[in-house]
Design a protein around this ligand. Structure first.
Ligand code: NAD
Ligand code: TYD
Length: 342
């Protein structure tokens, strides 16, 4: 089968590409990525050596380009990771979130309708459900929880989900959706909580914790997310939504303190800063459906996953230092400018 992975130069998409190349060597993968600030082609360097892998630079919201690509490549499965993904950026400038996350999803699905596919899979987020109160630990998001978004980011993701379900009902496009909790692991862009705290702690810089640091996230090791998506695209039912999460709730302060302890850095680095506007209090997934239907369970405990992640950041300093210095932006032109489609 030929998989088209959009947004594969980002955090989860790249991990998914490595997961697929390892577990399904019979398949070929075409990565379509615009290489925004969050896309880093050096992340895919090892994949470039695999003859089953191909990279194409392009925008999922560019209809003409996407149609021409589908006509030429005719993918069997499309897995859409491409998105603007940072809540804080969506508060600063929502426009591009609407463009990529909503319109881009529509363009991809129209191409799927025109050229035919076995499955269009939308990688969504638990943030579409809004948040849960801290004093109700008995509550979890199920697939039936109503959409109740807080940020322009989550609103754009929820809008895309609705569009995907509409294409299923109206056009019978074979779709599926996964809504996952917060991921962590290798290749996580250092603007997000965990890699930001690791890189700043290593530099003995203050660690900016929003508000009181009491907000709760349900952390999942990225490889477990990839395994879940792999199951859903191959064995999940069409037209269905599957929640993904590992009952791994931690307050932000707990996460930051764990990182400091692992790195043997003092808690005095923690600096409380003004809270994020509209900051969601707690996310918590009920993953019962994917467990019962597809047998998925997370394999990596948080204590192990965070150690693996810290080890990865220590062993791949160049990767994130190039991001912090801006050097990674030159990578495409230096290494691939002459060789790849732009
Ligand atoms: P990321 O920001 O690390 O990567 C996004 C990738 O998409 C980048 O490579 C970027 O270049 C590419 N991209 C952006 N706009 C594009 C466009 N118009 N056309 C083509 N490519 C484009 O994001 P991530 O954290 O890897 O998230 C991937 C997906 O998973 C997103 O849809 C996000 O909503 C979802 N998700 C993320 C998390 C998480 O914890 N990070 C949790 C649940 C769901
Ligand atoms: P983030 O990684 O941006 O993911 P999301 O907002 O999608 O859950 O943030 C995770 C949590 O960490 C969230 O509650 C906001 C908080 N946070 C901080 O306290 N300080 C920071 O510098 C960042 C980036 C996030």
């Amino acid at each position: 089968m030929k998989l088209m992975v959009t947004g594969g130069a980002g955090f989860i998409g790249s991990n998914f590409i490595y997961y697929e190349l390892k577990h399904h060597p019979e398949d070929t993968i075409l990565c379509l990525d615009k290489l925004t600030y969050a896309g880093n082609l050096s992340t895919l360097e090892p994949a470039m050596k695999n003859s089953n892998f191909q990279f194409i630079r392009g925008d999922i919201a560019d209809r003409e380009f996407v149609n021409a690509l589908f006509q030429k490549e005719k993918p069997d499965l499309v897995i859409n990771f491409a998105a603007e993904s940072h809540v804080d950026r969506s508060i600063e400038d929502p426009g591009i979130f609407l463009q990529t996350n909503i319109l881009g999803t529509g363009v991809l699905m129209d191409a799927c309708r025109t050229y035919g596919i076995k499955r269009y899979h939308q990688v969504s987020t638990d943030e579409v459900y809004g948040d849960l109160p801290l004093d109700r630990p008995d509550l979890f998001f199920t697939e039936e929880t109503k959409l109740h978004t807080s940020s322009p980011y989550s609103a754009s993701k929820a809008s895309a989900d609705l569009l995907v379900l509409a294409y299923y009902r109206t056009f019978h496009l074979p779709v599926s959706i996964t809504r996952c909790s917060n991921n962590y692991g290798p290749y996580h862009f250092p603007e997000k909580l965990i890699p930001l705290m690791i890189s700043r702690a290593l530099a003995d810089e203050p660690l900016p914790v929003y508000g009181k640091g009491e907000n709760v996230r349900d952390w999942l090791y990225v490889e477990d997310h990839c395994a879940a998506i792999d199951l859903v695209i191959r064995k999940g039912r069409e037209g269905e939504i599957y929640n993904i999460g590992g009952h791994n709730e931690r307050t932000n302060l707990e996460v930051v303190k764990t990182i400091l302890k692992e790195l043997k850095k003092p808690e005095s680095l923690i600096t409380y800063v003004t809270d994020r506007p509209g900051h969601d209090m707690r996310y918590a997934i009920d993953p019962e459906k994917i467990h019962k239907e597809l047998g998925w369970l997370p394999q990596t405990k948080f204590e192990d996953g965070i150690r693996l992640t810290i080890k990865w950041y220590l062993e791949h300093r160049q990767w994130w230092e190039n991001i912090l210095s801006g050097e990674y932006k030159n990578y495409f032109n230096t290494m691939y400018g002459k060789r790849l489609h732009q």
